[in-house]
Design a protein around this ligand. Sequence first.
Ligand code: 13P
Ligand code: SF4
Length: 314
Amino acid sequence: MGAKAKLQQEIRQLAQQKNAIIFAHNYQPPEIQEVADYIGDSFGLCQKAQQIETKVILFCGVRFMAETAAILNPDKRVLMPEPSARCPMAAQLPAKLIQEAKTKHPGLPVILYINTTVEAKAEADVICTSSNLCTILDRLKQDRVLFGPDGNMAEYARHICGYDVVPIPDHGFCHVHVTFSFDPQIMELQREYPKAKLLVHPECDWDLQSRADLIGSTGQMLEYARKSSASTFIIATEVDLTSRLQRELPQKTFIPALKYAICKAMKKITLEKVKTSLLHDQFHITVPESIAKRAKTAIQRMINLTTSTETNSA
Ligand code: 13P
Ligand code: SF4
């Protein structure tokens, strides 16, 4: 047995001993995805966090994801192998900026992308992910909303969902997904593979979104590829979603739109750190109760609006 397989086996045994479930986001490195009990997009991970029975959730992803799981599960112990793995976009929207926007635009509901700090979430009326933004907007029934931090998702909300969006901040972005916009490689790939479907994450710019066969979350890309009769797909998001797609649908071909679209925060999680985390019961992710309570209302509202037929105003 190779060193990697041995480490993975030790992790699986430890997870069982410690009554832990291992969650991994779709951008985790393949060797982490392979040991996970559940792999998903941001919304899938939220939903799954509400359904588990183990005492511990070991979260392989970035900080806002683990914090969301902790908020939804105050009676569980949420661990992160590397607590410094933070999404840089979340830092672009301090709570103060939201408070200022609310003062400037009184009465407008605040919809925040889940890629935000807990302090920001506490200021929101409702949270959304890349898979449910249009559903949330449709069910809120408000023509104009405050939305942040991702500027390209604000464009998606305007063009695809059809709502008037005031962005906070003016130009929030994901440094991984903005690299897709100025690279001619995608058009070259489309020329090389004329029958390939182009799947684009809504954090990419509108120009690329407008050329896509599907604009969607990482989970929606997997579902699309599963159901599609096409055999080749160009994937415009972080490279390790492509690893998952290729592993789970080996009869199809997945081409990363850009091989260097790598989220360094996601790659801070390693097998060694996962093992240490389980062994030493570290690092415990907690959220102060007063902030958690407010943030939970906005997160729970997202889940309710997405999964039920509830319609209401913010
Ligand atoms: P998904 O919810 O689509 O997996 O996206 C999370 C993310 O961080 C995208 O950059
Ligand atoms: Fe954040 Fe971008 Fe990484 Fe997603 S890919 S976690 S938005 S930095």
